[in-house]
Design a protein around this ligand. Sequence first.
Ligand code: XMP
Length: 487
Amino acid sequence: MENDFILVLDFGGPQAQSMARKLRGQNYYCEVHPCSIGLDTIRRKSPKGLLLAGGPSDRPFDAEILRLGIPVLAMGFSARSMAKAMGAVCEGALLTDRASQITFLPCPLFEGLGESDRYFDRIDALKLPEGFEPIATTVEGLMPAFASFQAQLYGLQFYAESNDPDGARILANFAGTICGCSAYWSPEFYIDRETRYLRDRIGDSRALMAISGGVDSTVCAMLMRRAIGDQLRCVFVDTGLLRKGEVETVSHAFRDHLGLELTVVDARDRVLRALSGVTDPQEKRRRIQDEYVCIMQEEAEAYPDTRYLVEGTIYSDLLSGETGDPGAQFSLTRIEPIRMLFKDEVRFVGETLGVPRELLSQQPFPGPGLAIRCIGEVTAEKLFLLREADAIFRAEIVEAGLDRRLTQFFAILTDVQTAGMRNGYPCAEYACALRAVSATDAANVTIAKLPYDLIERVVQRITSQVPGINRVLYDVTGKPSALTEWE
Ligand code: XMP
């Protein structure tokens, strides 16, 4: 099965990853690499097919990849890049941002597809080189797809992964029929292969893992437990930057639902000390990370037969280069059992491992926790106010049944104290803000239009039940103009 996969070459934009997810959703395994990946690497990996995805970009790629004898499917802008590299002449756009009826000509790529309207970002007029022919036409006589059957090169001028009703089918036809890949990729397959690998690799040694209570580390811990049982030790660091009740909820959930015992390390004082006087958000992140590394190092030293450090890095972290790097500073060997999984696959694997739904549908919570939602210097007093206000807001959202429709909802404590009255006396207390958002993708987040009476109730509860906060703001700014987090 070594080379039974598709290699997705990323030409920029979100398409490569969404295409890869769709392909894996059809049970075909694929890996995403930058389009600049060397010819030798491709030869060594020897995939059964290449998918060129994304753009627009002038990213250089070695046109020799089109002559390796491996079938290639290029989509959108990269289809134009491929055509040009093979000698086609592009005479400009003929159709942009429009739907049109498409007719598919006989081609294994389109097996089982019906004729219907498709949305096109853009179709260019291409004068094809010898050996190439159209494999689809529109009612206007345009050519949205072309191929050279002899060279096994296929180009689609539309994005099958995002705006085509049969996108998944086209990708599956390419992987299965054209490249001869087998559809073996599934949560069960992954669990089985990974647990065998982990058992072999770890043997009788012990592994240490930091739990955050989030989806990734939870699923990762369950996979590890399946592989090595009691040789895994899970540590949950109470940084003091967690939400109200989180330590208890996570500890119970792990023990009662997952059968995993957590060692809770109380690091509240030392983390607060490390953050003393710090106002810069990136410096806060750095100090928390450094403290985390020290704590985990101490935990590892407490059990000298510990050889491995488990991390819940996932595939999107890897592709965006956002891997935390604590392992590099450890004496332990790092293992990342879910590093090849996309977020939705992490959830499927979790479901298959018996992780309860509530744990798999949690909202994301940043690693630095409340420190980056407590604007300015982080103090015990400010954290207390933030935790209380946040708990009230979250409880009201859940009570109103809105939690499932939102990706994140939380409170932020501003560093501004404003004028008000408490118990009949003038006071200057903090203003806090509420943020509730739905993410369409990582780059775009829309704000939730919460019912006004809900907001009023939250404001009333926070200002009366949390002395120290006398003003509440509702953040109505979407992303990208404002990031999800304030810091
Ligand atoms: P932004 O603020 O960029 O955040 O819209 C995107 C997502 O990432 C989370 N986030 C973080 N997660 N460490 C994390 O582990 C961080 O430093 C961090 N900053 C933001 C944020 O909550 C959102 O889900």
